[in-house]
Design a protein around this ligand. Structure first.
Ligand code: NAD
Ligand code: DAU
Length: 354
């Protein structure tokens, strides 16, 4: 009699912001799967994010670097994964401007190592196998005042980060077209929510507001981003992983565009209110600084394919999401202090000092 085993899913970058929410969702929702979280634990990876599920029997953490091809191949040979959900990446645009090479290595070479290992262990027998690549809307470049990115929009990346993600998307597609590897890709807009490293706009500004530090707005603050609550992204990945057709691309977005300066004013208001400060106190911290090099003006996502084909839609309104988010950071001082000690100070000085 054949003994069936749990389906084994490898999540890469599961100690990071989005990855940790995804790992939690899968570990709790699918006891029939064994979830492996492979993470190098860079400055952005934090196992504190997963404290509540670390002892679950269907969860295992593996520390490792996706750039190390031999290690990746050995891991795949040993564990014989059935599925891969690939999130590990260098993810901060500003850092890609100061240090592009890390982005080339992790985002491009790391992705190819995973593709090669999956191809090798699956040996052209792709029945029941899946390689899901998590990507970004930034690969499409920048929009003017109107229009939306669709799955057919031509790639036009501008930062080393978005160019490295675009390269990885092309390679994932190429492994499908050339070798038949069963891939799916999704391209999502800006995420916000608990556990995001405070180099990104929303957690950085909440932290600075609390500490009465300047709020460094790049350029005129006129750039537009589409914001999605991180748990809604995790739910979209779950749906696409299970129901999406192999070889397809899905855009994921919040249908929730904000000019940076307007979003920042909302953040100031919500945070002032929660801190019991007079309204208008934190807006005084707004400081216009030199613009980001190659700063994309506007991102906006058409996610109608995902809505029409798989019935997904965001569950949270932005007002509710932003209140939950501010509250989380204010309630989790220890988490913030842990991640902003050490190297963070040097990063901050280099990025924002004078
Ligand atoms: P993050 O920076 O918070 O986390 C990245 C994780 O990857 C960290 O845990 C880090 O330790 C790990 N990692 C980095 N290099 C590694 C390596 N060489 N080997 C193994 N692990 C490594 O990133 P995030 O914001 O959670 O983004 C996750 C993914 O989603 C990325 O692929 C990103 O491009 C994509 N994405 C992010 C957003 C967003 O708004 N944050 C939006 C769309 C897509
Ligand atoms: O669109 C999806 C992408 O969103 C993801 O692929 C990236 O991983 C993620 O980092 C994010 O990229 P952005 O560059 O849009 O996010 P960030 O939070 O860095 O910046 C959001 C906007 O705020 C952007 O227009 C730049 C601006 N900004 C950012 C920082 C950190 C400021 O004005 N000041 C700042 O200090």
């Amino acid at each position: 009699m054949k003994i069936s085993r749990k389906s084994k899913i490898l999540v890469t970058g599961g100690a990071g912001f989005i990855g940790s929410h995804l790992v939690r969702l899968f570990v709790n929702k699918y006891p029939e799967y064994k979830i492996y979280n492979l993470d190098k634990l860079t400055y952005a990876g934090n196992l504190e994010n997963l404290k509540d599920i670390e002892d679950k029997p269907n969860y295992e953490f593996v520390r490792g670097d996706i750039v190390d091809g031999d290690f990746i191949l050995r891991l795949f040979q040993k564990e014989q994964f059935d599925g891969v959900i690939h999130l590990a990446a260098e993810s901060h645009v500003d850092s890609s401007i100061t240090n592009p090479m890390e982005f080339i290595m992790t985002n491009i070479v790391g992705t190819v190592n995973l593709l090669n290992a999956a191809k090798y262990i699956w040996q052209d027998n792709y029945q029941g196998k899946k390689f899901y690549h998590v990507s970004t809307d930034e690969v499409y470049g920048s929009l003017g005042d109107t229009g939306l990115f669709t799955e057919k929009t031509a790639y036009d990346p501008h930062s080393p980060y978005s160019a490295s993600k675009a390269s990885s998307d092309h390679l994932v597609r190429a492994y499908h077209d050339t070798f038949g590897l069963p891939i799916i890709i999704s391209n999502c807009s800006n995420n916000y929510g608990p556990n995001q490293f405070p180099e990104k706009l929303i957690p950085l500004f909440i932290n600075n507001i609390q500490n009465n530090k300047p709020l460094p707005v790049y350029g005129k603050g006129e750039n537009v981003r589409d914001w999605l609550y991180v748990i809604d992204h995790a739910k979209a990945i779950d749906l696409i992983y299970h129901k999406g057709t192999i070889g397809e691309i899905f855009n994921i977005g919040g249908n929730n565009e904000w000019k940076n300066i307007d979003l920042i004013k909302v953040l100031c208001k919500v945070t002032d209110k929660m801190l019991g400060r007079d309204l208008g106190t934190s807006e005084k911290l707004i400081t216009y600084v030199k613009d980001r090099a190659g700063h994309d003006l506007r991102y906006a996502i058409d996610s109608s394919k995902l809505q029409n084909e798989l019935g997904w839609e965001p569950s949270l309104q932005f007002e509710e999401g932003i209140e939950k988010t501010v509250k989380w950071y204010l309630d989790n001082q220890e988490w913030l202090e842990n991640v902003t000690s050490g190297d963070y100070q040097a990063y901050y000085e280099k990025q924002y000092g004078n």
